[in-house]
Design a binder for this molecule. Sequence first.
Ligand code: SR1
Ligand code: MG
Length: 397
Amino acid sequence: MSVTEESYELLSPETAAAYIDERPHLAELVDTSTLDVQEIGDGNLNLVFVCQDASGRGLVLKQALPYVRLIGPEWPFTPRRAVAEARCYETHGRFAAEFLPAFYGFDAERYVLAVEDLSDHQVWRTALVEGEVHEQAADKMGRYVGRLAFHTSLLGTEAKALKLLAAEAVSPELCEITEDLVLTEPFSGAERNWFQDELADDAKRLQAPEIRRAMARAKHAFMTRGEALIHGDLHSGSVMVRGDGSTRAFDGEFCFWGPVGFDLGLQWANYTVALARDHVLEREEHGRWVASLYAQVWDAFEDELRGLWPSRVDERGFPDAFLEDWIAVVRADACAYAAAEAARRVVGLAHVGDLETLEDDAKAVASRAVISVVERLLLERFESAEAVAAAAVEEMR
Ligand code: SR1
Ligand code: MG
């Protein structure tokens, strides 16, 4: 049986309570006799059920569909992505629990994850679209990436153990989605790309030979350089925020051993689309704050990594100078992956609310600005996060 022919029972709002009752470790978390169940999955891939009882206790059941929800059953897709997400919560939860939803368990037969109900949070992208400020969000995501960069790399894990962990965590189908949608198609004129007609010339510039060459380097690194167990899809739609500063990364189904700069680059890219939105809506103050996030996420990442560095497992093999070299590699990677992610949000298959909810004229202006940032990120060399932010701000004028 191929991975796309697997058959398993899908959950529905009507069957969620019985599902919970059959599992004592979940049944103790909510009173199923008063359970309200809402299916809220608005992402590209999965079913998501928020289950809350009358006293306000809750949990979330997330089930992988055997296809891509964004397209439908005509794009079959392995539900084993839920295994990768469980690995993300389990592994990262050991050293970064405060940045993730609490993980209540995984049902490997039906590909169901049970996690903390974060209904009192909102998706960070939604907050950015609304022009809200969440002061701690970028800092916390930078610390999250700093922790995973240390603990799941050769710095924090003994080499042989790390190789075995990485070997059992390969996730070819999920990686393929990123390799195609993020790292290839925006730069090669794919059929499923879409954008406004007036952006045709701008989109074409993304296929220039020097752009494709830079992206090929980034794609090659993504496919060959297993630095750490990265989140793998850390855009602002994969982060929940709350007014008191609580910030949690979720949707870790794309996690795999890959380049650390990918997670940081996705943050930078999504600040760029938020900045472009602020620009066309003339939200200057919010735009200034968004521009400060590039350095916030980076500084927190670096601070966390440098703080953990003295406790690395192989001090002999990795002298202090290596840390400086690696940080420079991560920064260069982050620029390239930010470019890829920003490009695909404008010309690729999966667009984002930051741009799609704008009026047509404003959307075209914002999208052009994003494409200009993409070009600079791929063709220039940036020595700091501040310089990346400055370039992004410049292209908004
Ligand atoms: C077909 S899946 C498109 C996108 O949705 C996910 O959230 C990932 O970002 C993926 O690239
Ligand atoms: Mg997702």
